[in-house]
Design a protein around this ligand. Structure first.
Ligand SMILES: C[S@@+](CC[C@H](N)C(=O)[O-])C[C@H]1O[C@@H](n2cnc3c(N)ncnc32)[C@H](O)[C@@H]1O
Length: 275
């Protein structure tokens, strides 16, 4: 059902300056060892203790918040950037990042110059706008800081992804969020994503355990004319990120994710994706 690809990350212009500022910001108050320990605790929750996610326990301490901001934001930004480059995204000047967290998916888009002109540089799209929605107020503040570096006009608000308006002209990305929703929220969201936005991209981890909802969503996206892909990504991590990765006992040299992508039929037809 899904097509497998092997791709690699590529730091966009503007990524290095943003990452350096991010490191300086978070290491001003916390030692490397504290961030490493918090990253290990956070990763354990994401991998083994997913029952703690709905209660917000993943981000319940300054260390875990710093680890999320400093490790997962750049990691997800690099991953999103690689997938955006490989998929035939419709050019757009406004993107809605649903469940935006610290803003990785939106940041990757803005760093690519709104997807309209990949490689044109940060903030290349005049009038480029980023919209973000999340239930967690702390991540929204962090996203605001991150998005300032992308020179995009930003609109962030606290809200639930399942009840967010999705106008027909919208372009929507959901990074690593659908698996965090409960079944009721997913049931509300799926038809709205299929019927609403002009284009919709979902990124999800490759689940170790079966995720029955994903098979259902994949079938719905394919039936609507969308596509399902799996991506094995060679990660070119900045030195400090690679150091934190190794110190926390993780190995993100290669990362696998999957995506669902749908463009409304009235949109441009797709060129073939790279093999
Ligand atoms: C794993 S994080 C991913 C964040 C970001 N999209 C990224 O790519 O790094 C999942 C995010 O979804 C948010 N979230 C979970 N359930 C939500 C809901 N019902 N409505 C809005 N946001 C939600 C969490 O607060 C968290 O910021």
């Amino acid at each position: 059902l899904s097509t497998a690809h092997f791709i690699s990350t590529q730091a966009e212009p503007g990524f290095a300056a943003w990452f350096d500022a991010l490191v300086a910001r978070h290491t001003a108050h916390l030692e490397f060892a504290e961030i490493r320990r918090a990253l290990q605790a956070l990763s354990t929750i994401y991998v083994q203790r997913r029952d703690k996610l709905p209660g917000g326990r993943a981000l319940d301490s300054p260390g875990k918040r710093a680890a999320f901001a400093l490790f997962y934001t750049p990691l997800h930004t690099l991953i999103c950037g690689a997938v955006y480059r490989a998929l035939p995204l419709l050019p757009c000047t406004a993107l809605l990042d649903l469940g935006c967290g610290t803003g990785a998916a939106g940041l990757a888009w803005a760093l690519q110059g709104s997807g309209a002109d990949v490689g044109a540089g940060p903030g290349a799209g005049p009038g480029q706008q980023l919209f973000g929605v999340d239930i967690n107020p702390w991540v929204l503040a962090e996203a605001r800081w991150n998005w300032r570096h992308a020179a995009a006009a930003t609109h962030l608000r606290r809200g639930n992804v399942a009840s967010t308006q999705l106008p027909p002209s919208s372009h929507v990305v959901l990074g690593w969020v659908v698996n965090e929703l409960d079944d009721a929220a997913r049931t509300l969201l799926l038809p709205r994503l299929l019927d609403g936005p002009q284009q919709c991209l979902i990124l999800e981890p490759i689940a170790k355990r079966a995720a029955p909802w994903f098979a259902q969503w994949e079938a719905a996206f394919l039936a609507a004319g969308g596509r399902s892909d799996t991506w094995e990504i060679a990660m070119d991590l900045p030195e400090k990120l690679a150091l934190l990765d190794r110190a926390a006992g993780m190995r993100h040299g290669r990362v696998k994710v999957r995506s669902l992508f749908l463009v409304k039929k009235s949109g441009r037809t797709w060129p073939a994706a790279p093999a």
